[in-house]
Design a protein around this ligand. Sequence first.
Ligand code: SAM
Length: 263
Amino acid sequence: MDGDSPLEQPHTSRIYDYFLGGKDNYEIDRQAAEEILRVWPDIRTAARVNRHFMHRSTRFLAEAGIRQFLDIGTGIPTEPNLHQIAQEAAPNSRVVYVDNDPLVLAYARALMEGGEQGATAYILGDVTDPTAILQAPELSQILDLNEPVGLSMIALLHFVEADINKILSTFLDALAPGSYLVICTITADFAPEQVAAAQDVYRVRKLPAQVRTRDEVTSWFAGLELVDPGVVPPHRWRLVETFEPSPAYDAKISCWCGVARKP
Ligand SMILES: C[S@@+](CC[C@H](N)C(=O)[O-])C[C@H]1O[C@@H](n2cnc3c(N)ncnc32)[C@H](O)[C@@H]1O
């Protein structure tokens, strides 16, 4: 058995699945997740808040008229998935999912194929190679890049140490005006010690882990029209419920998110 076996090497998708109460994870993933929980006890809440941000931002895009979605860093399917939210709002929505974990795609095939009026496709791809994703035949079968696309990278970019601005500009250059960019990513701005300790758990396992400041995340939206309320923690982004988060709650969640439109 080599070091890449899922029994020997934890993966971010399965650690996240464990935080969300899923069953698609191995002992090696649960060990890493438990270690993270010791230093960041509220990370399960953060994962759920992040997931709810995906629900609200996808609905927002659908209501804004977006019918094509490119979701990178999809994760192991967790109901409702992005295509279910989008197709509930607009049944003809078309969704391309991308993840670099082959296991995610195995589960995606099993769980996401259905009789929807829209269409979905899956690409085993890495966000650090935007050209390969944009040129994948599965993408052009589902998405028309002459029409606007909702590009989401939710709880993904903290696993990417490469130059995010370069990655984003390659994607955004390929997308039509009226497209949207949706991001949610971990920050150490609120609770530096907690987040640094969690980052160490990933890094000692050779999993990339990179936190960003609010200024860095804001810079990723340069040249785009940021949707109100701008770059905020995900539980402060267009909440439907009445909820007054405290600064302590911001520290529990420790993420920045934002949605912006390409003019
Ligand atoms: C924390 S999960 C987020 C899942 C989902 N987007 C959500 O917010 O609920 C992060 C996902 O990103 C994937 N991922 C990590 N690095 C990636 C990369 N470089 N390219 C593509 N996917 C990646 C992982 O396999 C995992 O499924």
